[in-house]
Design a protein around this ligand. Structure first.
Ligand SMILES: Nc1ncnc2c1ncn2[C@@H]1O[C@H](COP(=O)(O)OP(=O)(O)OP(=O)(O)O)[C@@H](O)[C@H]1O
Length: 351
């Protein structure tokens, strides 16, 4: 649906040229929710604005639904943009117009009659849950309601693609959740392709299928959300994931753990489960096969795109050769096995 190829964007800043995008290529399939995550200044806004050519790339091509946007004249571009809605962090509503008039605005610009505008806008207000606010002005709405108006307005011209520029960054966590749920619902109901930029990994985790990580204007990692969450390759992706996956050691354990084994120390291991392996009785198999004890220190199972994913922190005790055999057994399974460190026997009371 969207193909970016070799995109480059150089701004002429006051202190000289700024390379905001450096050879960015990516493909977004029809019906996907594609998230682009990066820290401040990474190039996210520039990238999303290059998709509808609000920002013209210095080099490279943008193709949307088979049409090369970068080859169009300004007039052709205005027409092509109708197939792409956009929502913004600060909503960008017209304060002197009611909710209905705001949502109808793109249709008004397109010369659609008042009667037809109303006919098309009312179902959209229902879709975003604002039917009872149609005659209200933006100042009387909450942030979440304003973003719902923004979403309805973006949908007014029946776009195939919805671009979301930090759409939930100005909202509290609960409202963010409801807006993300609405976007997911719209994606499902209308089959709309959604591209969003964010600096928050929980947004990606909540609704995206695919993710791209951007740093210094370059894509440093792309893949399914499940792949990137469970096996992040870049340090940037790993840093983002730390914010949503709690891999912190319990304080009492962190105080006594060492990275060097002692003669009689127990081994602390983090197991990561993905998909089908989540249901495997790994610990039972371990204890049955080897003369080791496995105490559970902490654990959690979460879901990513309806696939179970979890980590388990365990402490293995036994003779060193039995522990080694047990570790070899774990390494041979289809799960992540990471030795976190060593604790002296009885130094930490695992349950
Ligand atoms: N109009 C401009 N002129 C000069 N430099 C610009 C311009 N717009 C953006 N930049 C620079 O380009 C780089 C990327 O900016 P961009 O706004 O795309 O990043 P971002 O990831 O969206 O950041 P943030 O999350 O803080 O909004 C930054 O170094 C920024 O300072």
């Amino acid at each position: 649906m969207i193909r970016l190829s070799g995109l480059q964007k150089i701004y002429q800043g006051e202190a000289g040229p700024v390379k905001a995008l450096d050879n960015v290529s990516l493909t977004v399939q029809q019906g996907e929710i594609y998230g682009i995550i990066g820290k401040s200044g990474a190039g996210k806004s520039t990238l999303i604005r290059c998709i509808n050519l609000l920002e013209r790339p210095t080099d490279g091509t943008v193709t949307v639904d088979g049409q090369e946007m970068t080859a169009l004249s300004e007039a052709e571009l205005r027409e092509a943009r109708k197939s792409m809605g956009m929502i913004f962090q600060h909503f960008n509503l017209l304060s002197s117009r009611t909710v209905l008039e705001n949502v109808a605005f793109p249709l008004e610009l397109a010369g659609v009659s008042m009667a037809e505008r109303e006919k098309r806008v009312l179902p959209l207000l229902e879709l975003v849950g604002l039917s009872d606010k149609k005659d209200v002005y933006p100042a009387q709405l909450s942030g979440g309601q304003k973003q719902r108006v923004g979403i309805a307005r973006a949908l007014a011209s029946q776009p195939k693609v919805l671009l979301c520029d930090e759409a939930t960054s100005a909202l509290d966590p609960q409202t963010t959740e409801s807006i993300l749920a609405l976007l997911k619902d719209i994606n499902k109901k209308l089959g709309l392709t959604i591209v969003l930029i964010t600096h928050e990994m929980h947004v990606i985790k909540a609704i995206c299928n695919q993710v791209a990580v951007i740093e210094g204007g370059q894509l440093v990692e792309t893949g399914s959300v499940f792949e990137v969450f469970t096996r992040p390759q870049s340090t940037t992706a790993q840093d983002f994931i730390k914010a949503v996956v709690n891999n912190k050691l319990p304080e009492a354990l962190a105080a006594v753990i060492s990275d060097k084994p002692a003669a009689d120390s127990n081994v602390v291991v983090r197991l990561s489960f993905f998909g089908a392996t989540t249901n495997e009785p790994v610990l039972a198999g371990l204890i049955r096969r080897f003369a080791v004890d496995a105490s559970i220190i902490s654990g959690n199972i979460d879901h990513l795109q309806d696939t179970p994913y979890g980590t388990l922190l365990i402490e293995l005790s036994g003779r060193p050769e039995d522990i080694q055999n047990a570790l070899n057994y774990l390494h041979a399974r289809d799960l992540g096995t990471e030795v976190i460190g060593y604790v002296a026997r009885h130094a930490y009371a695992a349950c």
